[in-house]
Design a protein around this ligand. Sequence first.
Ligand SMILES: Nc1ncnc2c1ncn2[C@@H]1O[C@H](COP(=O)(O)OP(=O)(O)OP(=O)(O)O)[C@@H](O)[C@H]1O
Ligand SMILES: [Mg+2]
Length: 264
Amino acid sequence: MENLKPSYIKTFEKDDIALEAKDLSVLYGGTVQKLFDASLQFKRNTITALIGASGSGKSTFLRSLNRMNDKVATVNGEIIFHDLNVNKNNINVYELRKNIGMVFQKPNPFPKSIRENITYALKAHGQTNKKELDKIVEESLRAAALWDEVKDTLDKSALALSGGQQQRLCIARALAVQPEILLLDEPASALDPVSTSKLEDTLKQLRSKYTMIMVTHNMQQASRISDYTAFFHLGHVIEYNTTAEIFTNPKGELTEDYIQGSFG
Ligand SMILES: Nc1ncnc2c1ncn2[C@@H]1O[C@H](COP(=O)(O)OP(=O)(O)OP(=O)(O)O)[C@@H](O)[C@H]1O
Ligand SMILES: [Mg+2]
């Protein structure tokens, strides 16, 4: 049996922590455990990459952070956000997801206009002032580095955009409700290299305002844009450190094996 004990888990000063998972465990179907006591602190205004082999529990962990696993799994442990354990029954998950937004692997714009994709959630929350909505549309699209490409076609269908543009629209949509944290599950895996590079530039710029946690299979991508990296193996967090340390000087044998096997 492999030693699945963590080899190193980085921690931060309390004031620097935007989100923290404490002993998070996930069971599917009430019995099959796929995540084991994951404890990770995420530093404000940084990008953290979650890496590990297929099936190692990265998405399971990520989806638990904003309660996307509620309907399919039992999630035990604490998720601390603003001194509050948000992994509790009495938490309004819709409010939570406004603060902790998510972008998925496959771009999934609504079959509506570009503008409506961004205003949809705001309108649902009672925002009706057209001027204010227009302002948020522009700001969100600018933040997602899409404004220049779509400013003249805001009322055209979002489905007419390229995959890379759709993914940046999904980021704009997530930003429109002003989250603090953005969860991204392999956001570039469906994109070509040019779109991927644009998306990476976008994420790097967003770091000044947001805290991002991103699953990626692309080691070059993790090393290009993330500040910290957590390595998952068989549902365990094995190592968590600065990206530079993880990639050049891993402490655990499992981490080293994975990094060596995945680069190149
Ligand atoms: N909804 C579900 N119901 C039952 N089992 C699930 C569910 N989602 C994931 N699993 C299982 O949990 C384990 C971890 O899956 P998860 O999707 O978290 O892995 P991952 O690290 O994101 O993998 P990948 O890199 O392939 O996306 C796998 O064994 C998977 O089959
Ligand atoms: Mg996954």
